[in-house]
Design a protein around this ligand. Sequence first.
Ligand code: COA
Ligand code: AMP
Length: 281
Amino acid sequence: MKSELYSVRMQASVKSMHISGAERIVTAVKIEEVVRELTARAMSRCAAPDRIVVKIESLGNEVPRELTSLNVITVDVPDAMAGLSGAIRVLERTGISRHAASLAFDVLNKGAAPSGGNMRGAMIMDARTGERLEPGQERGVRASRFDWSEEARKDIERDLKAVGLTHYRTREALALATKVAYAPGVVAELCWSDEPDYTAGYVASLQTGYVRFPRLKDIGNPKGGRVFFVNRDALNVTKLIDYLQFCPVLITAIGECRAAITPDDYFTCSKESDAFTGYRR
Ligand code: COA
Ligand code: AMP
């Protein structure tokens, strides 16, 4: 019999401003260790948090959906302009209109929340028209309740390290992007961080895999966010949000991790061969 699983989630803030969040899905015997790790993560930020909330919830009878992580490739763009045009090209390949892709960039760069700042979650955007469909534009929608199995975590750490990706953010973003890529109605995701010093971002989809761009914004820029592009014809927003927030997902097998290549190579090679794409649809 499988041991009971728990969702362990940490969220830390300073004066109500979010500074750190992370989560795991583990068996009961691992809870103590994971709480320690997540708390240490919260305390390791430059600003010491004045509030750390750790929630531990049994998944009860829910059996996590098992997924294989998206294939990973880095397109080595020299600057944010090249990142923008590369990311738009990849989005167009997944069927997102140029209009919606450009609009997503404009909105994230401006600050996607109506108050002018970053949102607390992701936008849901019509892949054709660019219309925003998330229920609250300040908050957006957050993907949650996902993790790597112990074995897959070791495997992905090894393979990401082999291609020079050692930051835990990449592993966590890849897990989130994998859950999102399998969401009902989602065509692709666009993301870059709101941390001023972290310029990398990605486009992810089942079709293309996780396509990482080391530069999607200039250093010092505090704007960032996520966009989940959806096919409106096949969309049930309630079901989508329920899957993203609540459906537990364990990544139990890993996709391929490829070394960085130039935009020219990426766009030439991936046109002719599926070797650079997700090819698991
Ligand atoms: N930005 C700003 N505020 C945030 C936030 C974020 N990214 N995440 C959480 N908060 C704050 C909000 O005030 C939120 O209230 P809201 O629902 O009105 O927005 C409050 O914390 C509670 O959030 P909630 O999601 O209900 O808490 P939780 O304990 O269930 O989960 C997280 C918190 C942070 C673990 C979860 O939301 C999450 O983002 N998980 C994914 C983490 C991850 O691996 N990210 C990959 C990064 S590369
Ligand atoms: P981060 O990757 O943590 O730097 O977050 C970048 C942006 O993604 C944030 O500004 C939020 O808008 C959004 N975001 C953060 N967490 C989530 C999540 N769990 N699901 C969806 N969007 C998120």
